[in-house]
Design a binder for this molecule. Structure first.
Ligand SMILES: Nc1ncnc2c1ncn2[C@@H]1O[C@H](COP(=O)(O)OP(=O)(O)OP(=O)(O)O)[C@@H](O)[C@H]1O
Length: 306
């Protein structure tokens, strides 16, 4: 069986006497996209800060390619690439110059590798433009390219789709999948949005109050999750159709003032949010409920994750 690239063993964190992380125990495998899902304040960022070496563990250990982050910090951390806070980029320099500048801090990065990571995140046509002219999505991709420069075995991204529009979210999603497949990198992404995780991840770990509730294979979970038929009276209808297409694909029909599509239960709040934020007026939303319970809602005992 494949060796895990990262292992969390009874990881605990207490801050100012308060237990924040209460014993996390799980493995991450090469080439998988692992979603770390939980409501605000669940402990995702705290865990990620420990994984990338920005915060000490109170007890337990994290092994990266078999190296303890406590005993062999340097050996362990050299296999990790991460974006936890916004990566530092100089807006007055091109994307390429930013990468060159950053690569000088890590010995032994050839220019070939810089070209490779630029291609991997699809920035080859814009890499000579100043970063100040980049969209948020492009800056995210440049940040990912930077984090990949030293050939890490595991890439950790805290809320990588935060603040992006639907097109940007789709792009990041496809580049993340591509990285995992082409570089055999394990990617850990955190989010509090279930629908996003479903589309991006192979497995999802749900964390609540500093404890891991479950780890689910997305394929397995989706098999159990019933799709819902949604009908909306939305104005302007064309704009609504475009926004929904971005989120659920192009299987949408229109009749009179209505649009009709199929989505998972978990996607529905996100779709409504995007429509309203995108300037669409909703006059009615009709969701045909299934008789089956949503697999994820089962798992977390009926509490909402968002
Ligand atoms: N330095 C700190 N001092 C005190 N409490 C902290 C500190 N850092 C985190 N916490 C608390 O730990 C808990 C977990 O926070 P964390 O940021 O890890 O959650 P999260 O799952 O990443 O949430 P979000 O999605 O809002 O970022 C929260 O209750 C937070 O208030």
């Amino acid at each position: 069986m494949t060796q895990p690239v990262m292992q969390l063993k009874e990881v605990q964190k207490t801050i100012k006497g308060k237990p924040i992380i209460k014993g996390l125990d799980f493995d991450i495998y090469p080439g998988e996209v692992f979603g770390f899902l939980g409501p605000n304040g669940a402990g995702k960022t705290t865990t990620i800060r420990m994984m990338v070496g920005l915060m000490k563990l109170t007890s337990g250990d994290i092994y990266i390619k078999g190296n303890s982050i406590i005993k062999d910090y340097k050996q362990a951390i050299r296999h990790v690439g991460g974006i936890v806070e916004n990566p530092e980029m100089y807006p007055f320099m091109s994307g390429w110059k930013n990468l060159i500048h950053y690569s000088r801090m890590i010995p032994g990065i050839p220019n070939e590798r810089i070209k490779e990571v630029v291609q991997l995140v699809g920035l080859e046509n814009r890499v000579n433009d100043k970063v100040g002219k980049y969209s948020l999505g492009m800056r995210q991709r440049l940040g990912i390219a930077q984090a990949l420069l030293h050939n890490p075995s595991i890439l950790i991204l805290d809320e990588p789709t935060n603040g992006l529009d639907p097109a940007g979210i789709r792009e990041i999603r496809s580049y993340i999948r591509r990285m995992a497949a082409e570089e055999n990198v394990a990617v850990i992404v955190s989010s509090h949005i279930l629908s996003e995780m479903e589309m991006m991840c192979d497995r999802i770990g749900i964390i609540k109050n500093g404890e891991l509730i479950t780890i689910q294979s997305v394929q397995e979970a989706l098999k159990q999750t019933e799709q819902r038929e949604v009908s909306m009276e939305a104005n302007p209808q064309q704009l609504a159709t475009e926004i929904v297409t971005e989120l659920v694909g192009d299987d949408i029909s229109q009749s009179g003032e209505m649009i009709h599509f199929v989505a998972s239960r978990a996607q529905i709040p996100d779709i409504i949010k995007h429509l309203v934020n995108g300037g669409v007026d909703l006059y009615s939303v009709d969701v045909k409920r299934s008789t089956l319970e949503d697999a994820f809602m089962d798992v977390i005992g009926g509490d909402s994750i968002e």
